[in-house]
Design a protein around this ligand. Structure first.
Ligand SMILES: *[C@@H]1O[C@H](CO)[C@@H](O)[C@H](O)[C@H]1NC(C)=O
Ligand SMILES: *[C@@H]1O[C@H](CO)[C@@H](O)[C@H](O)[C@H]1NC(C)=O
Ligand SMILES: *[C@@H]1O[C@H](CO)[C@@H](O)[C@H](O)[C@H]1NC(C)=O
Ligand SMILES: *[C@@H]1O[C@H](CO)[C@@H](O)[C@H](O)[C@H]1NC(C)=O
Ligand SMILES: *[C@@H]1O[C@H](CO)[C@@H](O)[C@H](O)[C@H]1NC(C)=O
Ligand SMILES: *[C@@H]1O[C@H](CO)[C@@H](O)[C@H](O)[C@H]1NC(C)=O
Ligand SMILES: *[C@@H]1O[C@H](CO)[C@@H](O)[C@H](O)[C@H]1NC(C)=O
Ligand SMILES: *[C@@H]1O[C@H](CO)[C@@H](O)[C@H](O)[C@H]1NC(C)=O
Length: 837
């Protein structure tokens, strides 16, 4: 080629054109999209789809010497590969040849060894073509719409528009996507997203042999486990089930819109759309999203609700199978029936807004009405639940389950009704019946015994209230410091004698009156422990009443001991326990009432967040720090909170923060500083890397959570679910980047307004970043945090890379952000470990 150029040296203007052309030509030997049986493609040559959307060619990935044949978007600068032919059989150097041989697409190395091939076909005059959809096809030269082989049938890690994820039942072809081994190694990784066509079809995310997440079955409009899934003008979804095929696919309205569904090497499903203006892939949707998306988080018959704490709940008529683990917030053993089924006399409990249970063994009849469905289920004694199979048009079709119900979750909105079979005696509708029976009983009692029985009646009624209540709750309790007693080697009884701190004991009637008989209007919230009511004592004092469920099986003396322990924790930044009530089977805790509820209800609420001006935010940060310091050092015990998060910070009328919920707290003996646990419990987004990975917790894991909280308070954003349009970083990574770029103030929540002290904001940011550092040893103690926050002059070290600074996707990040190998590995391992539970 050089020779040619020299010879034409004197034709200057033409020369330039020619050089341009010839260089161009050397790279794009086939500006065409089609390769004939007589042609071949080698390194430096590519096929271009007709509208130049996709390009096929050879590439090397990462720093490895391996070469691959792949397809990528032509105009996206940082290459995004959507398909790789020889992912598990790389070329060892750049010399490869792609051609058609023996009616097959073959990839050969320099020595003509077969590296990869498509399937054998019977074509008479085959050609290979790269379509604008990103599909590489082998077809007869004269048949443009029938493909003898297509890359869409053998996906790599990416589902493109119009590609099918699922089964061709006649050919036994299972199309699924599986992750790259790492971000720059296309080899088949551990994670795959595969459709299960048996029963009521749904798609599972697998980690090797283990199910990680499932989409839930298609309910006619969307996947049952993806309530947020809605078609838009530009994006629509399809789910086809018939005797030949079962598949999922999606479609886009305009070719210029790029959208892809990928399973990343860290085991996350991500739907990305390309934003041409900013030249980035926007993460449009991802899963798993929260703890409840983890497969079988709450075991058989357990229901996961990510808004509750703890997240697992047994449905009515069921109780934890393993109460001890359940109380330690390990719900994976699930729940068992209280009363065995009786078959024909059983009833159905309607659960609303549900993600349907795992359904590979369920059976579907798309014509049957809900009423017939109920009958079908009732008649078949092994049927455990039923539901509509299609929620369109007010619900049609019937699906029944005959096995244990598992992996259910409840949504605030967007789920569907599920009818679960229960022994008639466990059905809570009996409330009215129960009341009627009691009414009759009382009537008879009154008739028989006259007024003298009033007292008994009253007791009975109270008892019945408790029973109903329990029937509804059936959950573990978190506030009882079971764990504290279990894990603590200290003996409180000795101290008890020394300074008895008697806690007022309220009687049941007082509390019942204060809360208008535990009326629904007075209910403030509901959690794993039971319910919380707002009450007003006769003296006018407002209180919050936590009514605990009975499942702990704990004796009265133990409960009292524990309550005394909590009562001893007195600090202005801890929620104060005013007293308790132990009567009959009831155990209640009475707290001071917090006017402004919890921090998360204000901070993450667009309408309210402006109430938190900077002085208030700073005061909240300092207050939490002092409360935590007290727990760690200044109280007579050394207490690790283990579940510090925005929803556990309550705010009083003056916006003073108070730490609450000691349900997961652990007490450490004198010189103990670290402990570990088999199962990691806590809240995503706040857990330190060493705790999430190895179950090791220490005061430094609280410090990490505190750091996350500080960054959330400054930015007004949740760490979990944070997305910043220009990067793949989570809140921690984003904050760190801004800090490094000297733009720390950009992190500040805009609802704070213009009056703030820059030095305070930056100090908080720096403290927050110091607290979330990867290595526990690097993080400051709460004592130094309090010092740093309160002193303008305190010297502070420079923060290092935060733990998990790449959010859900350690893919394609910029240079600065945690590209160091250590944190990168940690990120991946963390995700894997968490999700592997
Ligand atoms: C491909 O191009 C690069 C430079 O663009 C060159 O070094 C290399 O030799 C070429 N390889 C082949 C096989 O042509
Ligand atoms: C072509 O493929 C068929 C089937 O795999 C095989 O039997 C035959 O030997 C191949 N022919 C050549 C020339 O490779
Ligand atoms: C490339 O790899 C092939 C097969 O391993 C080998 O035969 C060939 O010599 C290599 N070429 C170069 C330039 O290293
Ligand atoms: C087609 O080729 C793939 C590998 O590319 C192989 O896994 C599959 O079994 C082949 N299918 C048939 C029907 O030969
Ligand atoms: C394509 O060509 C083959 C033989 O070359 C012929 O049998 C077939 O009918 C042709 N198909 C069409 C659609 O022309
Ligand atoms: C669900 O019902 C709607 C309306 O009856 C119907 O159009 C749709 O095809 C159904 N979907 C499935 C998957 O059966
Ligand atoms: C959807 O497409 C329309 C035009 O077809 C465009 O105006 C709109 O911005 C697109 N929306 C998104 C979210 O890309
Ligand atoms: C109950 O339903 C299941 C699933 O349809 C079926 O396999 C089983 O045979 C039925 N049992 C009876 C007793 O009808």
């Amino acid at each position: 080629m050089k020779g040619v150029i020299r010879r034409r040296n004197h034709f200057c203007p033409t020369l330039l054109l020619f050089i341009l052309f010839s260089f161009h030509a050397s790279r794009f030997a086939f500006s065409a999209d089609t390769l004939l049986a007589t042609q071949s493609l080698t390194t430096n040559q590519t096929l271009l789809s007709s509208s130049q959307v996709f390009e096929l060619g050879f590439f090397a990935s990462g720093n490895s010497k391996n070469w691959y044949l792949g397809i990528w978007y032509k105009d996206i600068p940082s290459r995004t590969y959507v398909w790789v032919a020889n992912r598990d059989t790389p070329l060892t150097n750049s010399s490869g040849i792609l051609k058609i041989s023996n009616q097959t697409i073959v990839l050969l190395d320099e020595g003509n060894n077969l590296i990869w091939s498509s399937n054998q076909t019977k074509a008479s005059n085959p050609v290979m073509q790269l379509l604008d959809t990103g599909n590489l096809v082998l077809r007869e030269a004269n048949e443009s719409n029938q493909y003898l082989w297509q890359s869409f049938d053998y996906p790599t890690d990416t589902l493109l528009p119009d590609m099918k994820l699922g089964w061709d039942l006649n050919k036994g072809l299972d199309r699924y996507i599986s992750s790259w081994r790492s971000t720059d190694d296309p080899a088949t990784g551990d994670f795959s997203f595969k459709l299960e066509y048996r029963g009521f079809p749904e798609i599972f995310l697998w980690n090797d042999e283990q199910k990680e997440y499932r989409s839930g079955p298609w309910n006619g409009q969307r996947f049952s486990g993806v309530p947020e899934m809605k078609p838009t003008d530009n994006l629509s979804f399809d789910f086809v089930t018939n005797k030949d095929e079962v598949f999922y696919s999606f479609h886009i309205s305009t070719k210029s819109l790029y959208s892809r569904l990928t399973v990343t090497s860290s085991g996350q499903l991500e739907r990305y759309t390309w934003i041409p203006d900013t030249q980035v892939w926007n993460s449009f949707w991802y899963a798993p999203k929260d703890q409840c998306d983890n497969f079988m988080e709450c075991g058989p018959y357990g229901i996961c609700d990510s808004n509750a704490s703890p997240v697992c709940e047994c449905m009515r008529g069921f109780q934890p199978k393993n109460p001890q683990a359940w109380n330690l917030r390990d719900g994976s053993d699930g729940c068992v029936r209280k009363t065995d089924l009786q078959c024909m006399s059983d009833k159905f409990l309607r659960l609303k807004n549900m993600k349907l249970p795992e359904s590979s063994t369920s059976s579907v009849d798309i014509k049957m009405s809900l009423k017939d469905c109920e009958l079908l289920c009732l008649r078949n004694c092994s049927c455990t639940a039923y539901a509509n199979s299609n929620i369109s048009n007010g619900g049609t079709g019937c699906v029944i389950w005959v096995n244990e119900l598992s992996d259910m979750r409840q949504y605030a909105e967007g789920g569907q009704d599920l009818y679960v079979r229960l022994a008639a005696s466990d059905i809570g509708n009996d409330r009215n019946v129960g009341a009627l029976i009691i009414g009759i009983a009382v009537g008879i009692a009154v008739l028989l015994l006259g007024l003298g029985c009033c007292f008994i009646y009253k007791r009975k009624k109270l008892l019945s209230v408790c029973k109903e209540e329990r029937a509804i709750q059936e959950r573990s309790q978190d506030l009882l410091l079971n764990e504290v007693v279990i894990s603590s080697k200290r003996d409180y009884s000795a101290e008890k004698d020394k300074d008895e701190l008697e806690l007022p004991s309220f009687d049941f009637v007082t509390i019942s009156t204060a809360t208008h008989n535990f009326s629904d209007e007075k209910m403030l919230g509901q959690g794993g422990f039971g319910r919380v009511y707002k009450g007003r004592l006769v003296e006018g004092q407002e209180v919050a009443v936590k009514r605990l469920s009975k499942t702990s099986g704990q004796g009265i003396e133990e409960f009292k001991n524990e309550v005394r322990l909590i009562a001893r924790l007195q600090h202005r930044n801890l929620v104060r326990l005013l007293g308790c009530c132990i009567e009959m089977d009831e155990k209640m805790l009475i707290y001071e009432y917090m006017e402004n509820r919890s921090l998360d209800s204000v901070l993450f609420n667009k309408a309210k967040s402006s109430l938190l001006n900077w002085p208030r935010r700073f005061n909240i940060i300092c207050g939490i720090a002092r409360g935590l310091l007290y727990l760690h050092q200044d109280s007579r015990f050394r207490i690790i909170h283990r579940d510090l998060k925005a929803s556990n910070i309550l705010l009083d009328g003056e916006w003073n923060p108070k730490i609450s919920d000691f349900g997961m707290a652990r007490i450490f003996g004198g010189d103990q500083t670290e402990a570990s646990t088999r199962r990691v419990v806590g809240t995503y987004g706040y857990m330190s890397p060493e705790y999430a990975m190895d179950g090791v917790f220490s005061m430094k894991s609280d410090v990490f959570s505190f750091g996350v909280l500080v960054l959330e308070i400054v930015s007004g954003n949740k760490n979990r679910g944070f997305y910043h349009s220009n990067s793949e970083l989570n809140l921690l990574g984003h904050a760190w980047r801004l800090w490094k770029e000297g733009k720390g103030l950009d992190l500040l929540d805009t609802s704070v307004g213009n009056s703030f002290s820059s030095s305070e904001v930056l100090r908080c940011l720096q403290v927050g970043l110091l607290c979330v550092q990867e290595r526990a040893e690097d993080r400051p103690t709460m004592a130094s945090v309090v010092l740093m926050l309160s002193s303008e002059t305190a010297t502070m070290p420079q923060p290092k890379t935060p733990g998990y600074c790449l959010g859900r996707n350690p893919f394609e990040t910029d240079s600065s952000s945690g590209k160091n190998d250590e944190s990168f590995t940690v990120n991946q391992v963390t995700v894997t470990m968490l999700d592997a539970r």
